[in-house]
Write a protein that binds this ligand. Structure first.
Ligand code: HEC
Ligand code: HEC
Length: 289
């Protein structure tokens, strides 16, 4: 119930004029500093609205005409100009020269990491650890085509079975069942022999029959003892690293229908400087030769 505004006898403060059952409300003003801060922010926002494009949907550009988006090209250009001398050197240098120059190498590794995350990690994993289904690890000592700077650079530039240049990697393995070159029992025997190369065969008789079949049909690409052949891109079969799985069923599948992993060629997609960065970066992942 409204009563008259008066000075409260106990606190010495003014009341608001509200009273409930004898209880009166004191009028406690906001602190000065708080009010001034509020006024300052209001003023600030008014100035801001006048200077910058701050009213959505109205097309108001502000007196300065400045936008973050408008600023971006200049920033990007500035950044490009800053790294351009390095990129120019990377374009000219061989990966060996890059690796031998500490400053250039550090720059290449940093850039290579970013370019790898953007272009390669989807297939090869974020740390180059590889993935099931034919995507090889790039961080181990097991190379299909070779782990020297030269070999890695070649693979990146020309790709694998990408069909973009004569220099691409990777022969085609015949699909032995699908083309009728072998029967299913022969393939099972050959797979048993392949298992025996890593001491995993459980059927010595079948493996024995498979040995001759292997020599006849497979050794020309994979080597007499399945040691692999980098020129052909035929993986080593005598280790425990598999692109498509090393259990008998997977091996039978590989022989029956063949595999043909594809990796894009990057020479046509990326700046040669980036290809060099990637080469040095991949070489540094752990398996560089
Ligand atoms: C679309 C998937 C895909 C992408 C993207 C991809 N790769 Fe590959 N890469 C493959 C496959 C599949 C193979 C194995 C080909 C084979 O079976 O012989 C391979 C093989 C390689 C090899 C040879 C490995 C060896 O053991 O000799 C290197 C090096 C390589 N990739 C680097 C890269 C780099 C660097 C990038 C990024 C610029 C990249 N790859 C992007 C699928 C891909
Ligand atoms: C013309 C050469 C060639 C011949 C002949 C050949 N291969 Fe292959 N083989 C390859 C290539 C190349 C690959 C890799 C395919 C890929 O990377 O996608 C491969 C892949 C494989 C794989 C998969 C390896 C893995 O890591 O998963 C197996 C298993 C295999 N071959 C077994 C055989 C057997 C057994 C024979 C004989 C019956 C044979 N190959 C004949 C070239 C050949």
């Amino acid at each position: 119930m409204p009563t008259k505004i008066e000075k409260d006898a106990i606190s010495g403060q003014m009341t608001t004029g509200h009273e409930w059952d004898g209880l009166k409300e004191l009028n406690t003003p906001l602190p000065r500093w708080w009010l001034w801060t509020l006024y300052a922010t209001i003023l600030f926002s008014l100035v801001w609205v006048v200077l910058y494009p701050a009213i959505p949907g109205t097309g108001w550009k502000g007196l300065t005409g400045w936008t973050a988006r408008g600023d971006l090209p200049a920033q990007v250009a500035g950044e490009r100009a800053r790294i351009e001398p390095m990129l120019a050197r990377l374009r000219e240098a061989t990966p060996e020269q890059v690796a031998a120059d500490p400053g250039l190498r550090a720059f290449a590794l940093a850039g290579g990491r970013g370019a790898f995350a953007q272009n390669c990690a989807g297939c090869h994993g974020s740390g180059g650890q590889g993935a099931q289904g034919g995507y090889p690890s790039l961080a181990d000592d097991d190379w299909i085509y070779g782990g020297s700077l030269e070999a890695i650079g070649h693979t990146i530039r020309h790709g694998v079975r990408a069909g973009e240049s004569d220099e691409q990697r990777g022969l085609a393995m015949p699909a032995f069942l699908a083309t009728g070159m072998m029967t299913a029992p022969q393939i099972a025997d050959t797979a048993e022999w392949v298992l025996s190369l890593t001491g995993r065969s459980t059927d010595a008789a079948a493996a024995g029959r498979g040995e001759a079949l292997f020599t006849e049909n497979c050794a020309s690409c994979h080597g007499e003892r399945g040691e692999g052949n980098r020129d052909m891109g035929a993986p080593r079969l005598s280790d425990r690293i598999w692109l498509y799985g090393g259990d008998k069923a997977s091996i039978v599948r590989s022989i029956s229908y063949s595999r043909a992993g594809v990796m894009p060629a990057w020479a046509t997609r990326l700046d040669p400087a980036i290809v060099n960065m990637l080469t040095v970066y991949v070489h540094s992942l752990g398996g560089g030769e």
